[in-house]
Ligand binder design. Structure first.
Ligand code: NDP
Ligand code: OXD
Length: 308
């Protein structure tokens, strides 16, 4: 029975070593070595191979190497093949670190100090207590909730928004389109941690940004396609949005002429907010393979009706 990995090759070799130790009964292959395609039962992919079922007719489970599954076209994956997203502690820890550093950096005006240094300007800005800084996280899933609980520990005034209702102690919770406006008007730093689906594509548009208070700030760690980039540019140029930290963009990497590269109101990072960590992820994946073989429910099973 074969397990095929298609993603970053260096990390794939670490997966292979861990599989050899922890699940020696599975023949593990790192793409482009696919072994005998007929024997592949489990595939973990970041960018999926073309014609998955044509190539691997006996596939039983498709795993995403990451938390997102928007790289898969669910319409061409037969419904008898479960699609599983990545939920693992290393990925969660990385996202919490990124989100907290982004929120702290915006909260403590680091974007202003970076510009001031270039201008040789030694100027202090008043420190606002964290309890007065209202942070709003879109997406109260695995990563959104973990981030919210650490932001709360840092003393921020936190709220979350999701599709269905979630309760977290001390965190204001909003859900559904009806409550989006109320969530936005109380948000000074907006953090997008949504999955990309038909309902969330381009959700960060001119209308949504206009509902944030003037001078608010944005962190996008979901997907580049959540954001209408021209709307953000207009909001930055008018001063409505003070600064944006973007880890994900519509096109990655952006072309050299993209205005975000040089914009003083934008901090870019190359889609590195978090990464699946082989040492913790492999344990989770092997556990899921064993669950599948025992006919038990899989952790992180994607609900195809809602697309995440
Ligand atoms: P989850 O599936 O655990 O959580 C998704 C959350 O989004 C849920 O709370 C869900 O609501 C909410 N949501 C989905 N659709 C809507 C909608 N239409 N309206 C309102 N809320 C909605 O995902 P994760 O937390 O594991 O991951 C989130 C995303 O983070 C990934 O899909 C990926 O795109 C991104 N990511 C980015 C990384 C990076 O390095 N930049 C790294 C890892 C992930 P409900 O709870 O009601 O279902
Ligand atoms: C993910 C990512 O979805 O890294 O895991 O973007």
């Amino acid at each position: 029975m074969d397990f095929l990995y298609k993603g970053d090759v260096e990390r794939g070799h670490r997966w292979a070593a861990l599989f050899r130790q922890q699940a020696p009964e599975l023949n593990f292959h790192v793409w482009p070595d696919i072994g005998n395609a007929q024997d592949v039962r489990y595939l973990a992919a970041w960018i999926p191979p073309e014609d998955i079922l044509g190539q691997f007719p006996n596939l039983k489970v498709l795993f995403s190497v990451g938390a997102g599954i928007d790289q898969f076209d669910l319409s061409i994956i037969p419904s008898h093949i479960p699609v599983v997203r990545m939920i693992e502690p290393g990925l969660e820890a990385g996202m919490v670190q990124y989100v907290c550093q982004a929120a702290l950096s915006l909260h403590r005006d680091m974007h202003k100090y970076r510009i001031q240094q270039k201008q040789k300007s030694w100027l202090q800005h008043a420190i606002m207590p964290a309890s007065r800084r209202r942070i709003g996280v879109m997406g109260m899933g695995v990563l959104g909730k973990a981030s919210l609980s650490w932001l709360q520990k840092l003393g921020f005034d936190c709220a979350g928004w999701s599709r269905s209702e979630h309760k977290m102690d001390g965190i204001a919770s909003y859900y559904g389109m009806d409550q989006l406006d109320a969530f936005l008007v109380r948000t000074d730093i907006l953090i997008c941690l949504l999955p990309l689906t038909d309902s969330t594509r381009h959700i960060l548009d001119a209308d949504l940004l206009s509902q944030l208070p003037r001078g608010s700030m944005l962190v996008n760690v979901g997907r580049g396609q959540h954001l209408v980039e021209s709307a953000l540019l207009a909001a930055l140029d008018s001063g409505h949005i003070e600064h944006a930290i973007l880890d994900v963009l519509e096109q990655e990497p952006p072309p050299s002429e993209h205005p975000f590269w040089e914009h003083p109101g934008v901090t870019l990072t190359p889609h590195m907010a978090s990464m699946t960590q082989p040492d913790s992820a492999v344990q989770v994946v092997i556990e899921n393979v064993r669950r599948h073989q025992a006919g038990e429910p899989l952790h992180g099973l994607v609900d195809r009706r809602i697309g995440y």
